[in-house]
Design a protein around this ligand. Structure first.
Ligand code: ZN
Length: 368
């Protein structure tokens, strides 16, 4: 099979004289391609933008396409600098799915490390199986972004129904969904809007570690668990983190307070580590938490702009992790959006060695 030599899309090509082309990267660093004639320079540049088929020997391929030794040497230099990349094959954009997701595949090609193919990144997203716990304001935005970017399978769990006061922030739903199950409504919408994603709706609340473990056992291996349910506050983080650890399932948490951490069992901090840090700082943490839990609940003020932004960040972190396009920012970190402004900060979040959910040895009882 032919390999293709192609300009990485994060380089902008500019013609400076009839037989000279400059390739600029984001920092404005330029690399020059100079050919013998203006015609050859144009032909080579055009071929490199759309992809020039080459065999294993570059020199043979260049000769076959009628390019001079000078063009070959210039291209080899550009290849060395990472301006050009060799990929085994371009996705077939006449295929309907590839055609529909062309810009998404190109996004991965543009942002992946050299040597990582955009279509491979997209394929990982396509093959992903995700467990979503929570289909509230944040969850419904994450859901839309994951489906819109080609995720293959989503199992979603929530026992809530759509209420009138949800509609302004949960654009997925409208008045015809009022009093209906959120997950069933989302699944019904997805069959029309996102037919390439297989949805399994489960209308129930998660109430224990074993509820989550049961879902993982029933629906097979999940590539990622996305937790947006935030009640009961501490317990739900512990249940999800413990289930993630005992099954080896990566977990990302998002709340109105922040996005992250992304918990990679055995490697990074879990969402429940926060409790251990709180406990260390506040000896009466247990009492404080139980007294606080008895207070009447007051919902947090929110705008659709806030939840859509948080949902986009959480979905982006999930897609970055699933595609392996680069390292997600939320490993041992949280992204905090400052309400009332435009500031998003990346804050360190560390693993606690005494965390009941993720510390070694495993201390949480999991079983029947
Ligand atoms: Zn932990």
């Amino acid at each position: 099979m032919n390999k293709l030599l192609i300009t990485r899309a994060n380089f902008k090509v500019v013609c400076s004289s009839p037989n000279e082309y400059y390739f600029f990267d984001k920092e404005g660093v330029s690399f020059k391609l100079k050919a013998q004639t203006a015609d050859e320079a144009y032909r080579l540049c055009a071929a490199l933008i759309t992809g020039l088929p080459v065999s294993n020997e570059l020199s043979d391929s260049f000769e076959l396409h009628g390019f001079s030794l000078q063009s070959l040497q210039a291209s080899q230099a550009l290849l060395k600098h990472g301006v050009l990349e060799i990929i085994d094959n371009l996705p077939d954009f006449t295929d309907r799915l590839n055609h529909e997701f062309r810009r998404e595949i190109e996004y991965f090609s543009d942002t992946a490390n050299i040597g990582t193919s955009g279509s491979e990144c997209f394929e990982r997203v396509r093959q992903s199986n995700i467990l979503m716990i929570g289909m509230g304001s944040l969850g419904s935005w994450v859901f839309q972004h994951l489906c819109a970017n080609g995720v293959g399978k989503i199992v979603m769990v929530d026992g809530d129904v759509v209420e009138l006061s949800n509609l302004p922030r949960q654009s997925l739903f409208d008045h015809q969904h009022l009093a209906k199950s959120k997950v069933d409504s989302a699944a019904e919408i997805a069959t029309r809007q996102f037919p390439h994603t297989t949805i399994s709706p489960i209308h129930q609340f998660v109430e224990s570690i074993n509820d989550i473990i049961y879902l993982i056992a029933k629906y097979g291996k999940f590539d990622l668990m996305v937790l947006t349910a935030d009640f009961p506050r501490w317990e739900i983080a512990r249940w999800a983190a413990s289930a993630a650890k005992s099954t080896g399932t990566p977990l990302i948490r998002g709340t109105s307070q922040g996005i992250g951490p992304l918990f990679l069992p055995g490697q990074s901090a879990c969402p429940y580590c926060e409790w251990a840090w709180f406990h260390e700082k506040e000896p009466n943490a247990q009492r404080v938490a139980s007294l606080t839990a008895q207070l009447p609940r007051r919902s947090t003020g929110a705008l659709s702009t806030i939840v859509s932004m948080s949902g986009a960040l959480l979905a982006m972190q999930s897609l970055t992790y699933l595609s392996r396009v680069s390292l997600p920012e939320t490993i041992n970190h949280q992204l905090i959006i400052k309400l009332g402004g435009l500031e998003i900060s990346k804050v360190p979040y560390s693993k606690h060695e005494m965390c009941m959910a993720c510390a070694e040895p495993y201390t949480e009882f999991v079983g029947n």
